[in-house]
Design a protein around this ligand. Structure first.
Ligand SMILES: Cc1cc2nc3c(=O)[nH]c(=O)nc-3n(C[C@H](O)[C@H](O)[C@H](O)COP(=O)(O)O)c2cc1C
Length: 195
């Protein structure tokens, strides 16, 4: 059997009453059902970032994140849309690393209370993750009216999300497997070896 793909999920908001926690945890459950995926949830809340410094110089303060991304084949980013952009807390966590992301896949899950499902935050993130060296899937998973899609305990109320999540994961698996093969077989000065 093919070696599992390591595809961590990053929950991108630390807001107190965040609804994004529900799709993030639910998607991790869906990913855990798939034999070809190994995953774990990272939460920006768990990163005690200093107020007086920023960026890659801090990465050794967060060894679990650093080492997981070094080994990872891709990443799922779960983000709410805040004023058509992404939370600063999410950007600060992503900016802890750089070379570690190169030629790995990323898929987006966007969350909103309104009808547009956070489509605009994904458009805002694509040029940013490109600079990180990540390759973006062309499928997204949007959760409009998230407050009606999950109950207060995080139970999914809209079964249509299952098919949309499957489609996203199918593409993420394809892209991350292809890039994994490429990193192993096609030389690039950017590839960092896992220790
Ligand atoms: C600072 C802030 C800005 C927001 N801006 C938008 C927005 O631009 N578009 C939108 O659809 N929802 C916006 N929302 C509402 C979110 O869609 C809503 O909070 C939703 O539940 C997802 O975010 P959450 O995980 O913080 O709950 C905003 C919420 C906050 C706190």
């Amino acid at each position: 059997m093919m070696e599992k793909l390591l595809l961590p999920v990053l929950l991108g908001t630390n807001r107190k009453e965040r609804n994004s926690v529900h799709p993030a945890k639910w998607l991790v459950g869906e990913m855990e059902k798939r034999a070809e995926i190994e995953t774990r949830l990272f939460d920006v809340r768990d990163f005690a970032l200093p107020q007086d410094d920023y960026g890659q110089g801090l990465k050794n303060l967060f060894p679990e994140w650093r080492d997981t991304i070094i080994k990872a084949d891709g990443l799922v980013i779960v983000t709410p849309e805040y004023n058509h952009g992404y939370p600063g807390s999410l950007k600060a966590v992503l900016d802890l690393l750089l070379r570690e992301y190169i030629h790995k896949a990323v898929a987006f899950v966007s969350v909103s209370a309104g009808p547009w499902g956070g489509t605009r935050v994904i458009e805002a993130m694509v040029p940013m993750v490109r600079e990180l060296g990540l390759a973006v899937t062309f499928s997204d998973l949007n959760f409009p009216k998230v407050q009606n899609t999950f109950d207060a305990e995080g139970k999914l109320l809209d079964p249509a999300a299952e098919k949309r999540a499957k489609d996203l994961l199918d593409e993420l698996v394809w892209l991350s497997s292809t890039l994994k093969w490429g990193r192993a077989n096609v030389a690039s000065k950017f590839h960092q070896k896992a220790d």
